[in-house]
Ligand binder design. Structure first.
Ligand code: HQG
Length: 183
């Protein structure tokens, strides 16, 4: 079980490894990898932190957000980046339907524009409605959209499955979305 301190550090790690490595004076390589010793050193300037704690946070992360390389000298986030890194995502054939949890307040705009990646590199899609619900409530009153993923792929859209089970695609045009009132 992670305690509050570990949750705070884990959130900070997400920020560093997905969005702002420069905040602790480190850089990611083109595949999103950070040097483990530099990461530990950088975080330790802000929080009490060491390699053992890093190993624990990575091991116990409920979404398996982070991955080490084989000898644990490098670490990266498996998805969720805003900075353009190539985390060697696996192109995959999606199931017939995927789901997107969002805030009800965004629906009007999504009806006009479809799903856009906003601050991230990809639109994030969930394999089931429970997961989508958990993503949606982060944005206030949640709404779940059904995405006709298979049809999208058949018509040329590319889907990726991240190392930790999140489906990613560049954008979802409105015609592939089923809105709550149509479900
Ligand atoms: C919305 C978490 C207006 C979109 C989760 C979402 C996920 C639009 C918000 C991962 C729009 C962006 C990503 C449009 C999309 N108009 N709003 N045209 N198109 N949106 O946080 O998907 O815990 O960047 O619906 O589990 O909520 O961080 O994306 O509500 O996998 O590991 O714009 O983050 O993972 O919000 O979440 P976000 P998200 P972690």
């Amino acid at each position: 079980m992670k305690n509050e301190k570990e949750i705070r550090i884990s959130k900070f790690m997400s920020l560093i490894l997905r969005h702002h490595p420069e905040k602790i004076g480190i850089a990611l390589d083109e595949h999103g990898w950070a040097d483990v010793s530099k990461l530990v050193e950088g975080i330790a300037k802000k929080y009490p932190f060491d390699m053992k704690m890093l190993e624990k946070i990575v091991r116990e992360d409920e979404k398996q957000r982070y991955a080490f390389n084989a000898d644990h000298t490098k670490i990266r986030a498996s998805q969720g980046h805003s900075i353009p890194v190539d985390v060697e995502l696996k192109e995959c054939e999606p199931p017939e339907y995927l789901f997107h949890g969002t805030g009800e307040k965004y629906l009007a705009s999504i009806r006009k524009q479809g799903l856009l990646p906003q601050g991230r590199l990809y639109v994030h899609l969930s394999p089931d409605t429970d997961t989508a619900y958990r993503v949606g409530v982060r944005h206030g009153r949640p709404a779940i959209l059904v995405v006709k993923a298979k049809e999208m792929q058949e018509q040329g859209h590319v889907f990726y499955l991240s190392a930790n089970g999140v489906w990613l695609t560049a954008s979802v045009p409105v015609e592939y979305l089923v809105f709550p009132e149509e479900q």
